[in-house]
Design a protein around this ligand. Structure first.
Ligand code: GAP
Length: 514
């Protein structure tokens, strides 16, 4: 983190104070990993959605949108593999009654061995000073080697157990390593069990014979089952894409880090249907395009990196994450997956319906292959606010809290401020507010000194403050203050809309991705 970046705690507190995000059901002490978006939060969220959805469906004439139901036929989730394999391995401590993910306990243990090795290296670096050769020390020092070997052996053992879905082997690792419960410090563990992450509910009353349904854990399946409907009704030819923004639900056991891992969240997914054999070419295409979309937000050139998966899911022939440098380190923000024809073939098998596309160019029928881009809207929200919020020291030594959200995404785009609350200035300011509101999200504020109002607008991330002063009554012009550099310009009221439009427009940012 840079010196002027806010801490994670500051970000959470700021979000609550200014109406971006509140803990869900707060007056009942909250509900784990569920959050509500406040007045500014919902504006920012809607703009991010538009920046993604508009980019997908307007800038690509072969991508269309869809909005499918959260409830789907229960067999969908058998076909997709979620009923059998969308699991976390869980273990309970009998003394603290706390539940943990067994894989997380083991990964933390690997980390502990590595930390011990690092500590030895740091100590030695201090002792030897400039002549210290770290690489050599890591290879040759017996104590460092012991910790590194332990970490590597454990990683291998864990990978084998996880690969084989062997819950008893995971439990054995926890016992052999002497892993203790972080709460009770005891080793009194239950067996490891698989726990399905889907929420279920009933449709219909018991008397009518209720059937068990799931709240969708991803939006993608709504796209797969509608692939032919969309292709036919929109007269699309392969390659084409279907984009969707919608809620998804996962009963995350270790839900933490604010809106990074939630139980109810939103996804923005696009499935791109291609000719079999062309999928790896399109996979590379979407990897590159999605990274350009991210870079257009200017959250920091070094804030993103690709993580190519070595170990692929059985249905994928290539997969990568776009990781973002969150306040707690680089973590997955978006996934790009070449999913072959796995999903469509499984739906053919389970529904008994053909999901084949007739290619007029090759005169062949086939099940298309799929390249998916899948990003969490809430994670994108967190990435933006985490990189936007900062405490700045100004030239005169005073400080300001400012949210440097990209201008075109800011929840309030323009604030209109009469210098004082009399002499006809509020009336002129109200007229300006009314006119600008046709094109922008505008806030009118007449309370407190103008300096304090500037600070308030900086704290919520408003890019432009328009101040009406006594001169305005004579020259019909206003002062426009820019949030980022705090410069001020005198602009005629009649030119305001023209002046602000290009500065607040999404299309300028979109152009940079083309
Ligand atoms: N259809 C593919 C799919 O759902 P995923 O990696 O499980 O893939 C895609 O999820 C994206 O959804 C992730 O990269 C992340 O941004 C977001 N996501 C997943 N689980 C989440 C959770 N519990 N809370 C918030 N966002 C989540």
């Amino acid at each position: 983190m840079d010196a002027n970046d806010a801490t994670f705690k500051d970000i959470i507190a700021h979000c609550k104070e200014y109406g971006y995000i509140y803990p869900g059901s707060e007056i009942y002490d909250g509900l784990g990993a569920v959050y509500d978006y406040g007045p500014l939060g919902v504006e920012l969220k809607n703009r991010i959605k538009h920046y993604w959805y508009g980019w997908m469906t307007r800038l690509n004439d072969n991508i269309v949108g869809i909005d499918t139901a959260i409830f789907m036929h229960p067999t969908v989730w058998k076909a997709s593999g979620h009923v059998d394999a969308f699991n976390d391995p869980l273990i309970d401590n009998k003394d603290s009654k706390k539940r943990y993910r067994a894989d997380v306990l083991i990964e933390d243990q690997i980390e502990k061995h590595l930390e011990k090795a690092n500590k030895e290296v740091t100590k030695a670096a201090k002792r030897f000073g400039e002549s210290f050769d770290e690489a050599l020390y890591r290879e040759t020092n017996p104590r460092v080697k012991k910790y590194l070997d332990k970490a590597e052996d454990l990683r291998l053992r864990f990978a084998n157990a996880a690969e084989a879905n062997d819950m008893a082997a995971l439990k054995q690792i926890i016992e052999d390593e002497g892993i203790v419960c972080p709460m009770s410090g005891s080793r009194n563990w239950t067996d490891v069990r698989q726990f399905n992450l889907m929420f279920s509910t009933q449709m219909g009353s018991v008397a009518e014979g209720a059937s068990e349904l799931y709240l969708r854990p991803e939006t993608a399946q709504g796209i797969f089952v509608n692939m032919l409907n969309v292709a036919k009704s929109s007269r699309l030819k392969v390659p084409f894409g279907i984009a969707q923004v919608g809620k998804a639900f996962r009963n995350e056991i270790v839900a933490r880090q604010f809106i990074f891992r939630m139980r109810e969240f939103e996804q923005m997914e696009m499935q791109f249907f291609v000719r079999p054999g062309d999928e790896l070419k399109w996979y590379e295409h979407w990897k590159e395009k999605r990274m350009r979309w991210h870079q257009s937000l200017k959250l920091g050139e070094d804030s993103y990196r690709f993580h190519d998966h070595d170990k692929l899911a059985h249905y994928a022939n290539a997969a990568a994450d776009i990781e973002f440098k969150f306040p707690f380190g680089f973590k997955e923000l978006e996934g790009i997956h070449s999913r072959t024809d796995f999903d469509l073939k499984r739906h053919e098998e389970f529904s008994g319906r053909k999901l084949q596309y007739f290619d007029p160019e090759t005169q062949e029928k086939y099940v298309p292959y799929v390249v998916e881009t899948s990003i969490g809207l809430d994670r994108m929200f967190l990435a933006i606010i985490a990189s936007a919020l900062r405490e700045e020291t100004l030239e005169d030594g005073s400080t300001r809290t400012v949210m440097k959200i990209p201008y075109f995404l800011s929840p309030v785009q323009v604030a209109v401020l009469p210098l004082i609350k009399k002499d006809g200035l509020p009336e002129v300011a109200s007229d300006i507010r009314q006119n600008l509101a046709l094109d922008f999200a505008v806030q009118y504020d007449e309370k407190d000194s103008v300096g304090r109002r500037y600070r308030r607008q900086d704290a919520i991330g408003t890019p432009f403050c328009v101040t009406v002063d006594h001169e305005t009554l004579e020259d019909n012009a206003v002062t426009v203050r820019d949030r980022n550099n705090m410069t001020q310009e005198r602009i005629p009221i009649d030119n305001l809309q023209q002046y602000l439009l290009p500065k607040l427009s999404m299309s300028e940012a979109w152009k940079k991705t083309m």
